[in-house]
Design a protein around this ligand. Sequence first.
Ligand code: BES
Ligand code: MN
Ligand code: MN
Length: 457
Amino acid sequence: MQVWKDYQAENKDRFLEELLELLRIPSVSADSRFNGDTQRCAEAVKQRLQEAGADKVEVCQTAGHPIVYGEKIIDPSLPTVLVYGHYDVQPADPLELWHSGPFEPVIKDGNIYARGSADDKGQFYMHVKAFETMYKTNSIPCNIKFMIEGEEEVGSANLGIFLEQNKERLKADVVLISDTSMISLDTPSIDTGLRGLAYMEVEVTGPNRDLHSGVYGGAVANPATILAKMIASLHDENNHITIPGFYDKVQELSADERTALNAAPFDEEAYKQDLGIADVRGEKGYSTIERTGIRPTLEVNGIWGGYTGEGSKTVLPSKAFAKISMRLVPNQDWHEISDLFTKHFEAIAPKSVKVKVTKHHGGSPYVTPTDSVAFKAAHEAISTTFGKAPIPVRGGGSIPIVALFEKTLGLKTVLMGFGLDSDNLHSPNEKYGLANYYKGIETIPYFHKYFAELAKK
Ligand code: BES
Ligand code: MN
Ligand code: MN
């Protein structure tokens, strides 16, 4: 549509400036020192939605960080799209590894470098600008609702409650999210799945206090050594997870489905080179694409204990800790898996230590239907603006609230992400391509157009 193209070309620089302003707000949801900034970010999102033309825009307070809601109902008889995104970001540390300040966005080599640039400020803001484009050119084809939350990176606990309490307000025909990746701008793809998550923390206690490692070492269990052994035993020689019952409910794909999945373009040499690794490693019998898409995994996210400061200190620590997460696939249940983990971890502990296992948060996996009107609309929208049909792929990350959209609101989700796996999500030097940002803004109005056409009753 030429009017969209013209409007976006005229406002290109402002679209970018506005995003950079959002990126300057350190809305780190996990760290309470940033609570003021997180609140301020919600207010900024509210203002931007209002300026773009949304009605009934509201910062909805929760027991945690607020949710920003807004809507445009042009005709109640038309289909409604609920756009979901998150304005919160992951902590920026380790700060010393950033080439520029995480909250001082810079443009370099066609990328916007800042925490949250791809995950998810740059991506949800494309929807605000796409909406503005349609509003200002009088061409909104369906009803649109926005729900932008501030706790995605910490498990969306309060959003679950918000869904329960706002079923009427959130009534829609589909949820649209840009918070995933595509293969590349040359090879567009659509994620058709998200993995679930079970996040655990373990504490191993040996002696009742730190000990002199010369006086007591050799005779008393060292919790760091024991923890390392216990963790190492969670995978066998084939990199299968050893927790009894872990794979019981895992949905296996058919040979045809696996062949289709592996047909997606993937250059393992380039992958290794990008990551600086000499070889990949994972569950025997599965490809890298499968290991990160359709198979469950267990990873240590952090491990600590004893002396980690400057220089050395001879000590046998009293305690050692680890944060361990498991990615889950259909039909694994995260509560069940958390319990299996807890039971197993307690069972493998030697008598010389005590273990404490705590469940953090989690979420269910989700697979999007590919025969739905909404998926077709996304497929057509990307085909229109990229000049190429998108390839369906299974994403490895998690957005736990997506399963709840279905359970609580009865809504299916379409994951129309424009980021890249190499955007350094959750890592130093997070980036988002300018071209990805603008391509997203260009593509989203077509989603609404095609969805309105295809979904018309
Ligand atoms: N946007 C990501 C999820 C994602 C990234 C999905 C790339 C597919 C491809 C989201 O913000 C995220 O990081 N989710 C967390 C889960 C959450 C409970 C902390 C994750 O996947 O670790
Ligand atoms: Mn995200
Ligand atoms: Mn994230």
